[in-house]
Design a protein around this ligand. Structure first.
Ligand SMILES: [Zn+2]
Length: 416
């Protein structure tokens, strides 16, 4: 059996594995993986159980979730769980979303000469820590000196002190590291890395929105406003040198005032940790400032139950006829109905099913115009009949895709 040792403070998980491989006289991380988890063919590709951390955490009786929070880069890389809310925990990222615990940043590893000396003085050895691996952070946050970088495939099997002592490293430039925005970026990046769970999307978004409103930053990416956007604001907050190295697209020739990574950061799947840290560093003084703003913003209770809704909205939800009016007004889009009635999308989806109405997409759907036009002139009896027929269809064939639902509904209405 492989001898396993405890991880050191803030030790990078892969480096912890590397240290264990070295102590067991194994020639590499691959060999350790093979020895502890068996040959690769027995596992699904990128399955969580093929990742080393799981075995090590289990052997050491550390909760895998805690191991990931304290020894992987996930808390930084996937700090924001996105509008599709992929949850606040780290384990499901691996299990469900097939994220690698560490590899995206491991083309090289970095360390700080002063930290190495301190580690050696205190513990008798040096080790690779996570804080030195943060993208966009080029100096040691404690000692404010440029990090040393090792590009050696066996780097993780040895201590950073070994590479320092043998001059087997390069020192990268640290552009504008003492610029105020860059310093704030450092603070936010290490704050994100230290989070025991991922940021809640609603709280974060509301806070960003309020802050952007106060600073007159246009956040609506659908409107063609070129002189104001979040990315323009971020670009003006960061020094050119730093952007050239870490986010060149903002100063590239093709940049026209919109950049999808930043301007659509709070849509769909959400942004990378680096983008989140860049936005936060541009808008807020410090993590403490951000947290105070989060607390200040109005508490928004989840409105899963229609009982908590204002009476008008409640009435519009309760009557099929009234609901259809809102449906027409919102072009059949669930999220727009939800916005009009000030309730959550889920409530709307339940009503759509209940009334036998197909949800429509934002993009131009076939038959939409005809359906909406016919609904306008419909009698309550017709609405009920169509709704029942649609439900009967769903019951028999399942919900299927939205385009198909629309054509079936259109034929029920007799418009095609
Ligand atoms: Zn240091």
């Amino acid at each position: 059996m492989v001898m396993v040792v405890e991880p050191l403070p803030d030790e990078l998980g892969k480096a912890h594995a590397g240290r264990i491989a070295y102590l067991n006289a194994l020639p590499g991380l691959g060999k350790l993986l093979h020895r502890t988890l068996g040959p690769a063919k027995e596992h699904l590709k990128r399955n969580e159980f093929r990742q080393q951390f799981h075995y090590l955490a289990t052997r050491l009786a550390i909760e895998p979730e805690r191991y990931l929070a304290q020894h992987s880069m996930l808390p930084f890389l996937y700090a924001y769980s996105g509008r599709k809310n992929t949850g606040q925990m780290y384990m499901p990222l691996i299990r469900k979303w097939l994220k690698q615990a560490d590899s995206p940043i491991l083309q090289y590893v970095r360390s700080c000469p002063h930290c190495i000396q301190e580690q050696e003085a205190n513990m008798g050895l040096s080790w690779w820590i996570r804080k030195h691996q943060l993208p966009g952070v080029d100096v040691c946050l404690e000692h404010k000196v440029p990090l040393i970088q090792v590009e050696n495939q066996d780097a993780l099997l040895r201590t950073p002190g070994f590479f320092l002592a043998n001059s087997l490293f390069s020192t990268k430039s640290a552009p504008a590291w003492d610029h105020p925005t860059v310093s704030r970026y450092h603070e936010f990046a290490s704050w994100l890395l230290s989070q025991p769970s991922r940021l809640h999307p609603e709280k974060l978004e509301r806070c960003i929105k309020t802050q952007c409103g106060g600073l007159d930053i246009a956040m609506d990416i659908k409107k063609h406003v070129q002189h104001s956007s979040l990315s323009l604001y971020v670009r003006s907050a960061f020094p050119v040198d730093w952007l050239t190295t870490h986010y060149p697209v903002l100063i590239g020739e093709n940049y026209q005032g919109r950049e999808v990574g930043i301007d659509a950061a709070f849509r769909g799947q959400g942004a990378t940790g680096q983008v989140i840290a860049m936005i936060l560093a541009s808008l807020f003084e410090s993590p403490t400032h951000l947290l105070s703003k989060i607390e200040e913003s109005p508490v928004h209770l989840p409105r899963l139950s229609s009982r908590r809704l204002p009476s008008i909205a409640r009435a519009q939800l309760r009557s099929q006829e009234a609901f259809v009016q809102v449906y027409i007004q919102a072009n059949g889009q669930a999220n727009r109905i939800a916005a009009l009635l000030n309730c959550q999308n889920e409530v709307i989806y339940r009503r759509l099913t209940q009334y036998g109405l197909p949800a429509m997409r934002r993009s131009k759907s076939q038959h939409r115009a005809q359906i909406l036009k016919r609904l306008k002139d419909a009698t309550p009896v017709e609405l009920q009949e169509w709704g029942k027929a649609m439900q009967a269809h769903w019951q028999q064939y399942g919900k299927g895709n939205f385009q198909l639902n629309l054509s079936i509904y259109a034929s029920l209405l007799g418009v095609i």
